[in-house]
Design a protein around this ligand. Structure first.
Ligand code: UT7
Length: 310
């Protein structure tokens, strides 16, 4: 029996901040941001919209899409590095707000790879028969830990949430294989003191190597080859990193998800947000082989190979 994604949802704040808006605030240019990152605009949450609020909206949409009763959800996993506060967790706040009265709840802190860690954890609980449905949310309000005086990081990030309900799917469908990893020696390259601090160059080099390698590994573990991949959803951190993984897999441009121009890097939310937009645009069909691959602070990484459908 396989676990798969039986419903998905997203939420992004309505306020758009363009590269031109940032030009007015700091020494940067639309041209630099576009060519170096692929970002054109990002969504920024208002002061009174915290992480749990975005998570709730995305989760509601995923539960509705899955057509499940909230009481059937046995576990809520929220992947975030920007919770409303250290505790109580965002997942327990959702547990109350969603009416998921039978759900256990915990947050997962694995930065931009958090949604991958969440999906893989959900898979274990569903396939073991422990829970029928697990809700996984990737959500960040990165704007609250961004140093708006630091052009090296301020232009990169955005706020948003994506969610999936993981449940049983039919034979041959769902999560076929996965890889998770961590390398704490790279922790110094991306961390939070008061604000987010990053050595972009080092993270870039790691990401280019790791994304391609992990994607190849999960395809092989699923008993497939790169020719079988119908669609790649890489973590939307930088178009140049994404392109490097696409090329490593030998995929044409139209087989790679690209939403970074609209939302910037939304960390744990970037893959599920992209998934929702791609499904809405008809880019993913029933039976397609999809690869998710993410990396982030820790350093952490994760990839999944999924045959889409219930
Ligand atoms: O989700 C995971 C989180 N992080 C990432 O994925 C980030 C991975 N890294 C990257 O995406 C890239 O390293 C960046 C886009 C952040 C930077 O690109 P880079 O090719 O590594 O450039 P760099 O940091 O070496 O900077 C090149 C130049 C520098 O100027 P000098 O020293 O050559 O005169 C920077 O000061 O670009 C300058 N620069 C900027 N210029 C205009 C840095 N940020 C900006 C900016 N606007 N916003």
């Amino acid at each position: 029996m396989n676990a798969g994604l039986v419903g998905v949802g997203k939420f992004v704040p309505s306020h758009i901040v363009t590269n031109e808006d940032l030009e007015k605030r700091m020494d940067t240019s639309d041209e630099w941001i576009r060519t170096m990152t692929g970002i054109e605009e990002r969504r920024i949450a208002a002061d009174d919209m915290d992480t749990s609020h975005m998570a709730y909206e995305a989760a509601q949409n995923a539960i509705k899409d899955a057509g499940v009763n909230p009481e059937e959800i046995g576990l809520i996993l929220v992947a975030t590095v920007t919770p409303d506060r250290p505790f109580p967790t965002v997942s327990t706040m959702l547990q109350e707000q969603l009416g998921t009265k039978n759900a256990a709840a915990m947050d997962i802190s694995a930065a931009c790879a958090g949604f991958m860690y969440g999906l893989v954890t959900a898979k274990q609980f569903v396939e073991s028969g422990s829970y029928d449905y697990v809700l996984v949310v990737g959500v960040e309000k990165l704007s609250k830990i961004t140093d708006w005086e630091d052009r090296n990081t301020a232009v990169l990030f955005g706020d948003g949430a994506g969610a999936a309900v993981v449940g049983k799917v039919s034979e041959g469908r769902g999560i076929l294989s996965f890889e998770l990893g961590a390398d704490g020696t790279g922790g110094k390259h991306l961390y939070q003191d008061e604000y987010l601090v990053m050595n972009g160059r080092e993270v870039f080099k790691f990401a280019v190597r790791q994304m391609g390698e992990s994607a190849l590994n999960v395809v092989e573990k699923a008993g497939l080859t790169t020719d079988d991949i119908d669609y790649l959803i890489p973590h939307q951190a930088n178009i140049r990193i994404m392109e490097a993984s696409r090329e490593r897999l030998g995929l044409p441009v139209e087989k790679m998800s690209k939403t970074i121009h609209k939302y910037g890097n939304t960390s744990a939310a970037s893959i599920p947000i992209s998934l929702v937009d791609d499904l809405a645009e008809g880019k993913i069909k029933e039976g397609d082989v999809i690869v998710f691959v993410g990396f982030g602070a820790g350093l952490t990484w994760g990839a999944l190979c999924i045959r889409w459908g219930k």
